[in-house]
Every structure is written in C-alpha cells, then in structure tokens.
Write a protein that binds this ligand. Sequence first.
Ligand code: URP
Ligand code: ZN
Ligand code: ZN
Length: 489
Amino acid sequence: MKKLDLTIHGGRVVTDSSDCRADIGIAAGKIAAIEDKLERGDRAIDAHGKLVLPGGIDSHCHVEQLSGMGILCADDWYSATVSAAHGGTTTIIPFAAQHRGQSVAEVAHAYAELAKAKSILDYSYHLIISDPTPRALNEELPELIRSGITSFKVYMTYEKLKLDDAQLLDVFAVAAREGALPMVHAENNDVITWITRHLLAAGHTAPKYHAVCHDPAAENEATNRAISLAGLLDTPVLIVHVSTKGAAQAIHAARTLGAPVFGETCPHYVLLTADNLDLPGVEGAKYCCSPPPRDPESQQAIWEALSIQSLSVVSSDHAPYRYDESGKLPYGDKTSFKQIANGLPGLELRMPLLFSEGVLKGKISLEQFVALTSTNHARLYGLHPRKGTLAVGADADIAIWDPDRKLTVRAAELHDKVGYSPYEGMQLTGWPVTVISRGEVIVEDGETRAKAGRGQFIARGVPEPLRNARPIRAGAGFLRKLFASSVSN
Ligand code: URP
Ligand code: ZN
Ligand code: ZN
C-alpha cells in the first residue's frame, strides 16, 4: 500500500449505487483505497456519524458571463467557485457565451484565461452558440470539441440568443458528428413575445407578469419540438431547467421509447412558485428566472420525475444578478418584467436544499441525491469515471456531510456576491462540513482553505450518451451522412 496523504475514517460512504461504512485513503490527489479499516495517513479525518459523498458537479451555472441582455454576472470565477465549494460542489461547468458576430474560438479562449487565474475548483465549460456560422460549425466547434469542450447550449428564446429550427438542426448535426451533447433552453419565443406585447399594452409591468408571459405552454411546445428535431437526426439532447409537468412528461415519453433524451431541473422548480414573484413593488424581481417557478402541481411533477429518473440532473442555473441597477433592475423601481435580468443565485445552496428538502423529506434516496448532483453530470458531460464517484483511481473530490447540522439561510453568510437569497430564512438540515478537491481540503470549519487558480481545467471526453453504440434510425443515418458531406452555409 502506498503512503497515504489523507485518510477519512468511519464515515458512511455513499455513491449513486452503494452505501456502506468504510475508510477512504487518498494519495497524490486520487482515491487510493476504500476499505473497512485503514491505517491513519499523514492527515486523518474522523467521519463517524457523517456522510462521505462524491463532491458535487454543477453543470449549469453562469459565471463571469455577459447575458443576452448584456448584463455581467455578479460572480467571477473566484467568488463563484468559493461559493460552490462551501455548498459541497467540487467541479463546475459554466458557459463561454458566443454573442452574435463573435468567434466561438476567441470567446472560449478568453473565458479559459479568466477561469485559469481565479478558479479554486476543477472546471470545464460549455459553449453557448448564438451565431452558428459555417466557420463556427465547420471549423471552430469541431476543434473545440476535440480539445475537450464536449457540450454546448442553444436557446429557442431570447431575441439575441435564439436559433431558428434550421439552425438548431445545424448545431445538433455537428454535435452528432463530432461527439458532443447539445443542451437546449426550450421555450417558444413567439408565445412569450405575443403574451408580453398584450400585457405591456394593458399596462401590466410588475414582476409577477414574467411568470404569465413565460406560460407553461411555451415550454411544453418547445420541449416537444427540440425532442422532435433531435429525433430527426437521432442524436442525444438534454433539455435544461425543466419546470413543467408537460415538459417532464415529454422527456419521459421519449426516454420510454428509447430515445437518448435527458432532462435537467433546478432546486427553484421544486421549492418556489409563481406566487414568489407577486411581492410589493419590484421585489418579485428576485424570483424572476426563465422558465419561471410554476405551481404546487408542477413542483410535485418535477419531484416525481426526479424519483423515477426521467430527469437526470439537478443543477443550480446560478445566474447571479444583484437586486439593484447593476443587475436585476436596470431601471430601478421603473423596471418592467421584460427588463428584469433573468436568473437566480443557487451555487452554494443547490446541494443543501436538495438534501434537506429531497432526501430528508423522503422524496429521493441518498443514492439518487448523489446521482442527481454529481454522478449523472459526470456521465452526461464526459467527466466519468475521473469525477462524480468514489472509486479507487478517481480524483479525490469528496464532501463530508453532517446530516444533522441545522441552519437558517442568510444571504449575508453565503459566499456569492449576489447580496440576496431566494431562500432567506428557510431552515435546512444537513451541510457539507469538510470539502476536498483532488485530495486537498479546500473548505473546513466554515473557512476557505484554497487559493485562486488552484483549480484545473478538465478536458472532457465524449459524453456517455454519444459513446454507447446504438443502432441509428435508418432515415436519421441518411440525413447525418448528407450533412457530413455538405455542411450548410
Ligand atoms: O433565467 C435564467 N435561467 N437565466 C439564466 C440564463 C438561462 O437561460 O439559463
Ligand atoms: Zn436557459
Ligand atoms: Zn442558465
């Protein structure tokens, strides 16, 4: 047995498929042993009474990114990764966002520099494609995919980001051909724009109307359309931030038929409702995100979809905008629902919320919690088995949880720079008390023990849904070949 740098003793070690008492030994940043009893390493942590879980992976968060509306996130790579780490997350995958007219490659390289200087966590990033030019499709994306950026997000709404159906097909075809997973923000833009026009004409400007214009029908229609378009090429697709029963059912139906369709949701879709937007003045802006929180029936449907695994991952969709003119409210208290910066903070509380409200309330099992917050992200985005599990040879990314720790959410005690929390005052049980990244203790006793820039870029492999050989639907095979020999222009 090699010399162990760090050992963790007596904890309940849980993965997505196992749950046992064991000691863990770590050497050179990797898990070197998982056994009943290990000798103490150079440093030993007593984990009796604690849960020892894989560090979380947050595969949907916005960090140091310019939004479609041109607003810069309040969190940079340092504050975002510190905040994520305190909540038990050890890897993040935010977005390098191409805005129209920009080169995807230049955007990606500039973003990589920001991350390298500041991240305390290991990371990768997805691309956001808003301008799928022939150069982007034929040269830049294949090259970036080969360098380990094996996923990208496309939008069906937001005037400055949205792609039309032909453009979606162009991007899906590149993903299928080169081995990347497309992520889709599925809301029908015309439905939202049409309702908005009528609301504004009638003088309805308050934040609560954000939830009215982003009607569930817009999400349901776009989800079905995205699934159909991916089905045309028979390529895997992941629908992000699913909030409605209809969208969850569409994903479930596709999966039942064997289609490689995956879904993500976020804590706010099981914990908040549209009523949260209905506050005096513009206070409801704190809860405006797209899609918006829905109603108790939708919450129930999303919990159900998580428990039957028709939704595969829970991400934060951390989109950090302060409740002031730099963020949420560009026109102060005169800001209409249409002008509010979209998005909620959530990096730090993603796992504690899901643990307290999901595991402890019996909605999901502990193993499902691990799958939904870590392992499935690793599998879907090409990080497994290096990340997302506790196994000999994996990176020693570990969160030691005190399942009995009680706390009240206070924005002032969180580590992001948003300045408010949608969950202010909520009582939670369970917290990650020690967080380890590649064998280094980075959070302990509520303190950050890591330096900016220690995080490493992880070149990702081919996402599992694209690796598993499946027979391709006959017509789809012909269309893919056609695309491979003549790329659109
Ligand atoms: O409202 C949200 N979700 N804002 C962040 C951007 C996005 O669409 O994910
Ligand atoms: Zn989105
Ligand atoms: Zn997002």
